[in-house]
Design a protein around this ligand. Structure first.
Ligand SMILES: *Cc1c(COP(=O)(O)O)cnc(C)c1O
Length: 363
């Protein structure tokens, strides 16, 4: 079986060496030594003033939204072309997602369509760097400044990327990264918030640890979203190999491009200009007729190759959201969602499998 991705693991020996000290200290969670070491190493690697670690990316995003204490019913402008987490994080904070359409070339939030959706209830913009395509951060910042809105990036797909020479971790008020097993960099489950503002460090730490500031001081109604020491150890190991892993992904990505480049029925919506990429996904848009995506998905599945209709359906079409919010039509997002397929891509994917996949597509 070939799946769309394969979790990156260090060698068994390397992981065992990393966790060995935990049997001496018996300190296995609550911001221990490994947690601190990973935080500092990520601040350095991502070139950002602050990293706060979480047990997963979703809770990181929920926490990021919560610290602004938006009134119930506040509106957040976002994309429906994303993973469930993005929209759920808004709704679970008592806010209303206002779905904005995406750009035709790179599927990120279309800044030219944002201003029409702004009302007196709008408090923030929550865009997604989908497939590692970096949003139009300059245009989004301009709109946010003009209307005094917060910007929270879902950067789950964009770990280690740079845009116009700047680390993606520095954009917006806060960015969220996911370190889930299926992502380009993993801590088994895990996630982080990155930001430049010193004044929110304490609030975020309170939020992820019950608001406990001292043994007898609880000053904030926080939850629990801490990353544990085993997760941090996996993160320390995987960070040693991230550059090589991205390079191996790049080779396979380019091989796909070589094989599919001349096929006029498909398009690979990757915007390479000004971005140092992480090659986490290989999305293909089928342009010919409306059955091709589903046909290719089926044929590959019969060969034991599991591609993903990622993202289909749009989050605005989920059972739990249909007809719940005022609907703004997002024709570009609908079209892309109906015709997109993510193909297998991971560091040790065999090139012969890529041949098989591309032969099915071109046929
Ligand atoms: C993976 C992902 C998340 C959620 O991260 P978890 O670590 O799985 O909780 C959020 N948004 C996007 C776009 C993702 O792909």
């Amino acid at each position: 079986m070939i799946y769309v991705t394969k979790s990156t693991l260090p060698s068994y020996e390397e992981f065992c060496a990393e966790i060995k000290g935990l049997w001496d200290s018996h300190f296995i969670t609550n911001m221990g030594a490994k947690h601190k070491e990973l935080q500092y190493k990520l601040e350095d690697f991502l070139d950002v003033p602050h990293v706060t670690l979480y047990t997963n990316g979703h809770l990181a995003l929920e926490n990021a939204i919560s610290i602004f204490e938006f009134p119930q019913g506040s509106e957040i402008i976002t994309t429906p072309f994303t993973f469930a987490s993005t929209t759920h994080a808004i709704v679970r904070n008592g806010c209303v997602p206002v779905f904005c359409d995406i750009k035709e070339d790179d599927y990120t939030l279309d800044p030219s369509k944002i201003e029409d959706l702004i009302t007196d209830k709008t408090v923030a913009i929550l865009p997604v760097h989908v497939y590692g395509n970096i949003c139009d951060v300059d245009a989004i910042k301009k709109i946010a400044n003009k209307y005094n809105l917060k910007v929270i990036y879902d950067a789950a797909h964009a770990f280690a990327e740079k845009y116009k020479g700047t680390s993606v971790a520095r954009f917006g008020d806060i960015s969220m990264f996911s370190f889930h097993a299926t992502k380009v960099y993993n801590t088994i489950e895990g996630g982080a918030l990155t930001y430049n503002d010193d004044s929110i460090v304490q609030t975020l730490n309170d939020n992820k640890n019950f608001g406990i500031r001292g043994q007898e001081t609880v000053s904030f109604v926080g939850g629990n979203a801490k990353m544990n020491e085993f997760q941090a150890c996996m993160g320390l190991c995987n960070l040693r190999h991230i550059k090589k892993n991205i390079l191996e992904r790049k080779k396979r990505f380019e091989y796909y491009l070589e094989k599919l480049g001349n096929c006029s029925d498909v398009k690979i919506p990757i915007n390479d200009s000004e971005t140092i990429r992480n090659y986490s996904y290989l999305p293909v848009l089928f342009c010919s007729d409306r059955h091709s995506r589903d046909d290719v998905f089926e044929i590959l599945r019969n060969l034991g190759i599991y591609s993903r209709k990622y993202f289909y359906p749009l989050t605005s079409e989920f059972e739990c959201y249909k007809n719940r919010f005022e609907s703004h039509s997002t024709p570009v997002a609908s079209h892309i969602s109906n015709n997109i397929l993510c193909l297998p891509l991971y560091p040790d994917l065999e090139f012969s499998i890529i041949d098989t996949i591309c032969n099915v597509i071109t046929k």
